[in-house]
Each structure stands twice: as structure tokens, then as C-alpha cells.
Ligand binder design. Structure first.
Ligand code: NAI
Ligand code: MG
Length: 350
């Protein structure tokens, strides 16, 4: 019986996670995957109350006693610097070694795209999640003076590159995608570029049926706007993946509907909407719950409940098609109305 840690977190994280849980309860009634949802009180409220972000025991329990983590969002204006968000979210990513950040971007309705003629956009972005410039190696010298020097190192390891490339190719095979595109900046950052290109080619040789190509990140940013349907699976480093996946999310209807998985295959997995805690709309009941609900679908698939995952995905598509949308998607429904509609649809098998 899979145990799922539910961490709503802060701001709209609480609101969208309520709807994701509602949908998971509907899934339980219809498909009986036997998921036990364990609610975790981690976030700004807890930090402000107890002065604790997350303890070593909590890390241990999240990693050992749970099969997956479903997280809303972390970040609160009452916590300057968002220390709790860094400790909890980046802590989980690094300590559980969740090296695959999978961010699909699928266009559900052409009218949702800012592009004039978007076409059928289906991008699966694989972002390396534990290395790159986000490891915070480096430091500052003569800080606060006009001689200040800041060094932020870009860490790339053979193992790190190999495993994210392999995850991307395995995904392509599993999902019937025909091409994997490497994105880097090998012209201006040749040391990292050489490693990525060599290892990408090495992994690709194990997948002779999958086509490959490589793009510089600046050209890719341009091309994703110009002809996004040219791309299927994209694999890239931490920084470029962070940026391109936000761009891709916007191409298909905005942050509110974007889902993601943070995975160490065979070990740990954390699922979360791409968006943050959105303090500007928190508490108003207008947040789009689709990103959180689609993240729950990714989780169900990961836990081996493909049929249930598909039912949730279909219900999300039906909601969008039927105009059951929050304001960010041009609709007038509340967070709860969208969540309830999708849960009902899953229940009825609509
Ligand atoms: P954000 O994603 O929270 O919001 C950006 C904009 O998108 C806002 O205008 C917001 O209203 C809108 N938006 C986001 N999600 C939405 C949804 N589901 N429905 C409708 N509109 C939505 O990013 P922002 O404002 O940069 O960060 C706010 C806080 O969230 C900060 O504390 C930040 O550190 C944190 N954050 C946390 C993340 C996480 O937990 N994974 C990711 C990004 C930011
Ligand atoms: Mg980001």
C-alpha cells in the first residue's frame, strides 16, 4: 500500500493541494490504488511558530517511510529570504538526490497559447536537478566593496550527465517519442559542453531507434517560440532546464497548469506544480489547481497506477475543453469548482 506524504506548504499551495487531494480521493473510490495520504505540516506557518524548517528525523521519515511526496508550494513574504523553502524544497531535491526534473508541456487548447499558430505542442523536458550552477559552489571576495568578486561554479559530473540523459532516452522509448534534443551552451562553456556532448552521444548509442540533435540554449529559446512542434524530448542542465521549462509552460497556457516530477528512479519521487505560492492571489480561491492535479496524475503513473493517471489526465483535458477554468485560463470558476468538477468526472468515469 503506497504511502504518500502530502506537503501543501504555503500560499496557494494549500488551496491547490486541497483539490489534488480531492481528486486523489475520487481516484481511490474508483480505482482503489490503496494510496494512504499522510498530511505533513511543513512550511512558513510551522517555521514562524516553532522556528523549525525541517528536521533530520523528518527527512529520514519522508525518504524511508513514504513512496512519494506531493508538494504544493513553498514561499511566504513573512519569511524574508525564504529560508524554510530552501531548507525543505532544495533540501529534499539534494538530499534525496532527485536528479530527474521532468516537466511536460502539452498544449490542451490552441487558444491558451500566446503563439499565433502554435500547432500541437508536446514537449517533455528533462532537467538535471542536482548539479549545475545550483549547487552553490564558489563564494564572494571583498563583498560590499567596489572590488567585490562573486564566483558561482557550474558543476557537471559524468555520472550526473549520464543518468539524466539515460532517463530522457528511456522516457522517449517508453512514450513512443522519436527524438531527444540536447540543449547546452557548448560554444561559450566548452568544458561542460564537451562532457555533455560526449556522454549524450554515449547514451544515445544504447538507443539506436531514437534520433538525436543538439541545440545551443539561446537558439533553443528562440526556436521554442518560433516552431515548438519541432521538439519532443529535451534534456539539459539545471539552469537551462529551469528557464526553458518556464518558457515552455507559458507556450501552452501558463504556469497554473504546469506539472512536474522530481525523481530518483527506483528510490524517491516528489511531485509538484511548477508554480510557486503566488502571494498576490493567495487566499482568494482563484488559483488554478490544474498544475497540482496534473502533478498528482504523474505521481499515480509513477506508483504504477497508469489507468488512474490517465483518468485524471483525461478529466483535466475535459475541464479545459468544457470551459471549466480559473481566471488565469480565461474562465470564471474558483479553485474548488475546478477541483470538484475534475473529481466528479474521475468518479463517474465521464
Ligand atoms: P509564482 O509562481 O508563485 O507566481 C507567479 C505569477 O503567476 C503570479 O502572478 C501568480 O499569481 C501567478 N500564478 C502562479 N501560480 C498560479 C496558479 N496556480 N493559478 C493562477 N495564477 C498563478 O512565482 P513568484 O511570484 O515568483 O513566487 C512567489 C513565491 O513562491 C516566492 O516565495 C517564491 O520563492 C516561491 N516559489 C516557490 C516555488 C516552489 O515551491 N516550487 C516555485 C517558484 C516560486
Ligand atoms: Mg523555476
Amino acid at each position: 500500500m503506497p504511502r504518500v506524504a502530502v506537503i501543501p506548504g504555503d500560499g496557494i499551495g494549500l488551496e491547490v493541494m486541497r483539490e489534488a487531494v480531492r481528486v486523489l480521493e475520487a481516484v481511490e473510490s474508483r480505482f482503489s490504488p490503496g494510496c494512504e495520504l499522510v498530511h505533513w505540516d511543513l512550511g512558513a506557518d510551522r517555521f514562524l511558530r516553532d522556528g523549525i524548517t525541517i528536521t533530520d528525523e523528518e527527512f529520514a521519515s519522508l525518504s524511508n517511510d513514504h513512496d512519494a511526496i506531493l508538494l504544493g508550494a513553498l514561499g511566504d513574504p513573512r519569511v524574508p529570504g525564504n529560508q524554510h523553502a530552501r531548507d525543505i524544497l532544495l533540501g529534499l531535491r539534494f538530499r534525496l538526490d532527485l536528479y530527474v526534473n521532468y516537466r511536460p508541456a502539452v498544449l490542451l487548447d490552441p487558444a491558451l497559447s500566446p503563439l499565433k499558430a502554435p500547432g500541437d505542442i508536446r514537449l517533455d523536458i528533462f532537467r538535471e536537478n542536482t548539479e549545475g550552477v545550483y549547487v552553490n559552489l564558489g563564494g564572494t571576495f571583498k563583498e560590499g566593496t567596489d572590488r567585490e568578486t562573486a564566483i558561482q561554479e557550474d558543476l557537471n559530473t559524468f555520472t550526473g550527465v549520464e543518468r539524466i540523459c539515460r532517463a530522457a532516452f528511456e522516457h522517449a522509448v517508453k512514450r513512443g517519442r522519436s527524438r531527444v534534443t540536447l540543449v547546452d551552451k557548448a560554444n561559450a562553456m566548452p568544458a561542460a559542453g564537451r562532457l555533455w556532448r560526449r556522454v549524450f552521444a554515449l547514451v544515445a548509442s544504447d538507443f539506436p531507434d531514437i534520433d538525436t540533435d543538439a541545440m545551443y540554449v539561446d537558439a533553443m529559446a528562440m526556436d521554442l517560440v518560433r516552431r515548438p512542434t519541432r521538439y519532443e524530448v529535451i534534456v539539459t542542465g539545471n539552469l537551462f532546464g529551469d528557464i526553458l521549462s518556464d518558457l515552455a509552460a507559458e507556450l501552452v497556457g501558463g504556469l497554473g497548469a504546469a506539472a512536474s516530477a522530481n525523481v530518483h528512479p527506483g528510490r524517491h519521487a516528489l511531485f509538484e506544480p511548477v508554480h510557486g505560492s503566488a502571494p498576490d492571489i493567495a487566499g482568494q480561491g482563484v488559483a488554478n489547481p490544474l498544475g497540482a492535479i496534473a502533478s498528482a496524475a504523474l505521481m499515480l503513473d509513477h506508483l504504477g497506477h497508469a489507468e488512474a493517471a490517465q483518468a485524471v489526465e483525461e478529466a483535466v483535458v475535459a475541464a479545459v475543453d468544457g470551459g471549466v477554468r480559473t481566471a488565469d485560463m480565461g474562465g470564471d470558476r474558483s479553485t474548488e469548482q475546478v477541483g470538484t468538477w475534475i473529481a466528479d468526472r474521475v468518479l463517474s468515469g465521464g
